[in-house]
Design a protein around this ligand. Structure first.
Ligand code: SF4
Ligand code: SF4
Length: 178
């Protein structure tokens, strides 16, 4: 029959030789390849026990930052939301009340702050746009979730732990880069 392409190969159907019928040489050849791999450096990583280091420029999950006294830095100016090309950030501003100076650094703060991680492309433009050093992208990533709603991160997930009352958690969340 005429082949459809020029890549067709005729199958070699000549009978096996005595040497080939023994199979032992082929088994020995296969085993030598297997043993050869046992002494090579493994390209795989035993995740999650061992984690591959991220690139120094890796941009991960967002963190809403606090100042050294534990006050929220965000002043709900909206610049990050305007800069976001994915329209992933929404917020609601509120006025700071007398007596809340220890909670919020500025007179205005974000009563609600949400990032839709399904929209986010982790470009880092929100971090660059922020004049208050209030948001940055950390060295961790958004964990998987079963529902779409679970990817809408609110202040409870984004806000960094208080450096005064939870210094260890704060240092861990802050990471090495910031
Ligand atoms: S990293 Fe980029 S896409 Fe994600 S919230 Fe910030 S500006 Fe928007
Ligand atoms: S995170 Fe920064 S840019 Fe965004 S609203 Fe808060 S202060 Fe403004």
């Amino acid at each position: 029959m005429q082949p459809l392409t020029s890549r067709a190969k005729a199958v070699d159907r000549k009978p096996m030789t005595m040497w080939e019928k023994m199979y032992l040489p082929a088994i020995a050849k296969g085993m030598s390849i297997t043993f050869g791999h046992m002494f090579k450096k493994k390209p795989t990583v035993n995740y999650p026990e061992k984690q591959r280091p991220f690139s120094p420029v890796f941009r991960g999950l967002h963190v809403l930052n606090r100042d050294e006294q534990g006050r929220e830095r965000c002043t709900a100016c909206g610049l990050c939301a305007v800069a976001c090309p994915a329209e992933a950030i929404t917020m609601e501003a509120a006025e700071r009340l007398p007596g809340e100076e220890n909670l919020y650094r500025e007179e205005k703060y974000a009563a609600k702050y949400e990032i839709n991680m399904l929209r986010c492309i982790f470009c880092g433009l929100c971090e660059e746009a922020c004049p208050k050093d209030a948001i940055y992208l950390s060295e961790t990533f958004a964990p998987s979730n079963y529902t779409r709603k679970g990817f809408i991160y609110g202040k409870d997930e984004l806000l960094i732990p208080d450096p005064v009352t939870q210094p260890e958690e704060y240092a861990k969340a802050k990471g090495q880069r910031h």
